[in-house]
Design a protein around this ligand. Structure first.
Ligand SMILES: NC(=O)c1ccc[n+]([C@@H]2O[C@H](COP(=O)([O-])OP(=O)(O)OC[C@H]3O[C@@H](n4cnc5c(N)ncnc54)[C@H](O)[C@@H]3O)[C@@H](O)[C@H]2O)c1
Length: 253
């Protein structure tokens, strides 16, 4: 129970990687606050209560709306507790030739992946700094912060995730003396709701991607759990400002 007595906010926690990480934190004793744009975020929180017996709640909010997001943090702090762990998993991707991407499409990816992550860090840090309490923020970036995925084109995603990893370093330095650690988690190809839709639409793509991964398989959300528990817990008290890649060796070749 390495997170007993702690409270975690997970953005994008209704499904996919965020939901798996929320369950993993709950299994280590953390209270869980979920924020998602999907209405079923409250059902996801209820399932966590039923499975792990911890306090949990879910609130619908769009991470691109800083005021709505801060209100969600406020109501969750009252209902569940002030967060000392943050996992920012809300994110989207968009594929297409860069020359054809509209300003709205480009802006949407940057708004959710980068701006939404920053607003969540602000809401998280604001309360901890005011109370003089320590915390750990884990920003879900991507191996796409470091390499260009192929064969799909996704310039906005690459740019947004590189910015998220740099944001983690920036905030880590800014908040280091005040006890708030900030690290980026950079998953490789991971089977989630997001990627399954691409696999279903392009069955050959999975074969092509797996050929490029030294481990010869896509990751499961559960493959990220060990690193996240380490980053969330006091076991990593001196670990901040880093990007940790979990990709089956993809970026090593
Ligand atoms: N799946 C992968 O292969 C992979 C690899 C590297 C990084 N990632 C990153 O992991 C994170 C989670 O991805 P996933 O694969 O679980 O995808 P997913 O689509 O299954 O989950 C993303 C969640 O974010 C929520 N969300 C989207 N926009 C939102 C908004 N504006 N406000 C609030 N919530 C919003 C969605 O409703 C969803 O619940 C993303 O940041 C993604 O970029 C995924």
């Amino acid at each position: 129970m390495r997170c007993a007595g702690m409270t975690a906010v997970i953005t994008g926690g209704s499904r996919g990687i965020g939901y798996t990480l929320a369950n993993a934190l709950a299994a280590e004793g953390a209270r869980i606050s979920l924020i998602d744009i999907l209405d079923d975020v409250t059902d996801s929180a209820q399932k966590i209560i039923d499975t792990h017996g911890v306090k949990a709640a879910g609130v619908v909010a769009d991470v691109t709306d800083a005021a709505a997001l801060d209100s969600a943090f406020m109501s969750l702090a009252t209902a569940v507790g002030t967060a000392d762990i943050l996992v920012t998993s809300a994110g989207i991707t968009q594929w297409g030739d860069s020359i054809d991407v509209t300003p709205e499409e480009w802006q949407r990816v940057l708004d959710i992946n980068l701006n939404g992550t920053f607003f969540a860090c602000q809401s998280f840090g604001r309360r901890l700094l005011a109370e003089g309490r320590p915390g750990s923020a884990i920003l879900v970036s991507s191996m796409s912060a470091q390499i260009v995925n192929v064969p799909q084109f996704q310039a906005s995603y690459h740019a947004s995730k590189a910015a998220v990893s740099m944001l983690a370093k920036s905030l880590a330095v800014e908040w280091a003396t005040r006890g708030i650690r900030v690290n980026a988690l950079e998953p490789g190809y991971t089977l989630s709701a997001m990627t399954r839709q691409f696999m279903d639409a392009n069955p050959d793509l999975r074969v092509r991607w797996e050929d490029m991964i030294p481990a010869r398989r896509m990751g499961e959300p559960e493959d990220l759990v060990g690193v996240v528990i380490l980053l969330a817990s006091a076991e990593s008290a001196y670990l901040t400002g880093q990007s940790i890649v979990v990709d089956g060796g993809y970026t090593a070749v």
